[in-house]
Design a protein around this ligand. Structure first.
Ligand SMILES: [Zn+2]
Length: 91
């Protein structure tokens, strides 16, 4: 099997869009299991991307997309915090 360099695809976990006009923002889960918004994209941990759009995050909440992305049960209050944070970055 040939090794090909995988370019990490940034894709919104809610709407699956790769390049929305609004851009994507990173959500990270660190090794302590904390989940938070990482607007600079430099935090250590497993990352997932979502549009800078509260509607997408709401969709992710409904579909529990973050649970799938991070393979853990994400508590509701974490989603709520993310939603609150994300709204600060919306245009
Ligand atoms: Zn999206």
């Amino acid at each position: 099997m040939q090794k090909t360099k995988k370019v990490p695809q940034r894709k919104c976990i809610a709407c699956q869009e790769r390049d929305s006009k609004k851009g994507l923002i990173r959500i990270v889960k660190n090794k302590e299991g904390q989940i938070f918004l990482d607007p600079i994209g430099k935090a250590n941990g497993r990352g997932a991307y979502i549009c800078k759009d509260a509607e997408c995050l709401k969709k992710a909440i409904k579909s529990k997309a973050l649970n799938r992305a991070f393979k853990i049960e994400v508590p509701n209050e974490v989603y709520e915090n993310l939603l609150e944070e994300l709204q600060k970055y919306e245009d």
